[in-house]
Write a new protein. Structure first.
Length: 215
């Protein structure tokens, strides 16, 4: 399978490029400020470059982690984050649909529920509750953009909301999600085992994304 991994110069991106590259043909991409080596530089504009980037790809793992250098080029980092998670994500998905890509995995964050009482049993059925802090709100923007494409059945989207994840759990979850695209839109909460784990991951465990879960 040919996989496009965005924000591949980020820590998460590098882990996935290495971990998935053993079983799949990986194309790594990032913004020009974060690209280097074998990474394809692309600004994810609505242009031929983005269409060429996704051409021939079977699936996309949208890490969606904007490089600091690219964000600072906007003059305001919060403006850059809004633009990246809305316009750039839209351009990526629009190009993917046009090129016949069937499945996108969007890496979101369990920080969307940081304001919830820790005693609450937050599951995938809960609507995101972001604050106006851009580091949280950006994930809600990205999820909304992806979900609308999926709702119109233009492309299948798996949304992985991640908390504290170790390297092996991250690679396993994305690897398994790639092999099990949803019919439309599907959300999973992912958080590695530990005393501080807060969220129920039984859905992800039941789908085989994790080795085990918490009931």
């Amino acid at each position: 399978m040919k996989i496009l991994i965005t924000s591949s110069a980020s820590e998460v991106g590098r882990i996935l490029v290495e971990g998935l590259g053993e079983a799949h043909q990986v194309v790594a991409t990032d913004f020009p400020g974060g690209a280097g080596g074998d990474v394809v530089a692309c600004s994810l504009d609505a242009d031929d470059a983005t269409e060429a980037l996704v051409a021939g790809v079977d699936a996309i793992v949208h890490v969606a982690d904007l490089p600091v250098t690219a964000a600072e080029a906007f003059g305001r980092v919060d403006n850059a984050q809004v633009d990246f998670h809305s316009r750039c994500t839209y351009n990526l998905l629009k190009a993917a649909v046009g090129e016949g890509v069937e499945h996108v995995i969007y890496l979101s964050s369990l920080a969307l529920f940081a304001s919830c009482d820790p005693a609450w049993d937050v599951t995938e059925r809960w609507a995101p509750q972001p604050s106006t802090d851009i580091d949280t709100l950006k994930h809600a923007i990205g999820e909304f953009t992806c979900r609308e494409f999926a709702r119109e059945r233009q492309i299948k989207v798996t949304c992985l909301r991640t908390g504290e994840l170790n390297r092996d759990d991250l690679i396993r979850a994305v690897f398994k999600a790639l092999s099990s695209p949803p019919s439309e839109w599907e959300v999973y909460h992912l958080e590695s085992d530990g005393d501080g784990r807060r969220f129920d991951i039984s859905k992800a465990a039941g789908a085989g994304l994790f080795n085990g879960g918490r009931p």
